[in-house]
Design a protein around this ligand. Structure first.
Ligand code: ADQ
Length: 472
């Protein structure tokens, strides 16, 4: 088996005592790397006065890691700037929040070059290289410029925006051309891949052969490869004391009321303001449900240095306060809004105690919380997943109650339907979704991508499990 070098912006593995607030990529990659005995390269998250290219090697939770520190200007221009103030909003269809600045673009190119320079000496001729996410799109091209002919793949964890949005980026053509240095480019869903194909057709003189783009003498396979959950590990939490305690505490504190749960990074793409507004409308229009339900929204802050994230935090504080002010009674608080991270075992128990899982992003590459909620349910008495049609997960979990998060009324209908759904229908829907979450797990995802990278011909185009037997 060839060694895998995974490269992502941040390297985050569990160290003892560390906060459990990790993104979906961290959860997924750690599982994939342990199996392949690979190396995970990226930024430590630390700042240094002067970038020297010094690498820190560690081994944590069975994963070998190699990390570098970045200068303050790098962090500001590359990470807070181009990655999180330009690309992230643009790729989530938020042109209104997209900031275009030459400093940001310059920092992005500089840091990608720094990544290429420092990882280069670690690469052996037979290694497969797997680059992750929007922070590092030009890295493959920069490695090619340094003479590397290894198989190099790229996986995009976010949506790919339609061409009409992407052209707002001054150097959009250069960005897409640099991506065509990769042998495989992976997307979560048909929709994101199709948007990429649409761009190539409209803006590059590059022919397609099936699902492969031919450009600059290289063939780039465009692969649909939806990320899955570390389902076995996650479900092993079922018997853990932390999961049981979290479940029991939530059920006890609910005193017979139905729990509606949301778990999201505090991010405008997750549709939290719209979700709170929908819950408020539910309580307004359905007085019979008051004091019979409560909502638990867990949302640990992220990217706090970026102004739009400070704004959403302030907005949600106001909204949750006003909902509680309007509806709370002496022994009932309609919304519990918690800004901290929980361990995965605790999350399992929290999901299991909830009658409804509310996952309503305005746009999301995949959304692993939807899959975690399904995995944590008791098959004999499962809760109901209410899922945004704009999450990549909706393509696989179409047996959820699918809602349009831009329509507050549609969300209200979805939540009300979930709260009153008969047991047999809940079971049927859950069974269909669980089959997908179990079969197309994180191992399936990484195997599929790595197989496409190693032997392109061996991976069929559309092997995905068909789920969604329930009508919606
Ligand atoms: P995210 O948007 O960060 O990443 P998402 O899929 O929403 O990822 O998953 C978030 C992860 O963080 C989940 O595993 C969740 O359990 C965990 N988490 C969230 N809140 C938590 C809390 N309070 N405590 C502990 N854990 C918490 C990006 C894309 C997604 C894509 C993933 C993976 O935006 O669309 O699904 O990458 O590709």
């Amino acid at each position: 088996m060839r060694r895998l070098i995974a490269i992502s912006n941040r390297v985050q593995v569990d160290h003892e005592g560390e906060s459990a607030n990790r993104g979906g990529l961290a959860v997924a990659l750690a599982a994939a790397l342990r199996e392949s005995n690979g190396l995970w390269f990226g930024w430590s998250g630390e700042q240094t006065d002067e970038f020297t290219g010094q690498i820190t090697f560690r081994r944590a939770a069975g994963v070998a890691t190699a990390t570098i520190d970045l200068e303050a200007q790098d962090i500001e221009e590359y990470y807070n700037g181009f990655a999180n103030r330009t690309l992230w909003p643009l790729f989530h269809y938020r042109l209104d929040l997209t900031e275009i600045a030459r400093d940001f673009a310059g920092g992005y190119a500089r840091v990608n070059n720094r990544f290429a320079d420092t990882v280069a000496p670690l690469i052996e001729p037979d290694d497969m290289i797997w680059v992750h996410d929007y922070h590092l799109m030009p890295l493959g091209c920069q490695l090619r410029e340094r003479g590397f002919e290894n198989r190099i793949g790229f996986f995009l964890h976010t949506p790919w925006p339609p061409p009409s949005l992407l052209v707002s980026l001054p150097d959009h053509r250069e960005l897409v051309k640099s991506l065509l240095s990769y042998d495989v480019i992976g997307f979560h869903s048909h929709e994101w891949r199709q948007a990429f194909i649409d761009y190539v057709a409209a803006h590059l003189d590059a022919p397609m052969e099936g699902d492969t783009v031919i450009f600059g003498g290289r063939a780039s396979r465009l692969l649909i490869c939806p990320i899955g959950l570390d389902t076995t590990e996650f479900c092993a939490a079922a018997g853990s004391p932390a999961a049981r305690e979290a479940e029991a505490r939530l059920i006890d504190s609910a005193v017979g009321k139905d729990v509606i749960v949301g778990v999201d990074r505090l991010d405008y793409s997750k549709g939290l303001q719209e979700r709170f507004a929908a819950y408020e409308l539910l309580l307004t229009t359905r007085p019979d449900l008051r004091e019979k339900v409560f909502m638990l929204q867990i949302a640990p802050p992220s990217r706090g240095d970026v102004p739009s994230y400070q704004q959403i935090r302030a907005d949600l504080n106001t909204l949750s306060g006003s909902i509680n002010g309007e509806f709370a009674g002496i022994d009932w608080v309609p919304i519990r809004y918690v800004n901290k991270g929980y361990g995965r075992d605790q999350l399992f128990g929290i999901y299991r105690a909830a009658r409804v899982g509310l996952v309503t992003p305005l746009r999301d590459g995949m959304n692993l919380v939807a899959k975690e909620y399904v995995a944590a349910q008791d098959p004999a008495d499962p809760g109901v997943l209410v899922l945004s049609r704009f999450a990549g997960a909706a393509a696989q979990l179409d047996a959820a109650v699918i809602v349009n998060p831009h329509s507050i009324e549609d969300m209200v209908d979805g939540i009300a339907r979930a709260l009153t759904m008969p047991l047999a229908e809940r079971q049927e829907r859950h069974q269909a979704m669980l089959a997908c979450v179990e079969k197309e797990d994180v191992r399936w995802w990484s195997n599929r991508f790595m197989q496409a990278l190693a032997e392109p011909e061996s991976v069929p185009e559309e092997p995905l499990v068909a789920v969604g037997t329930a009508e919606d």
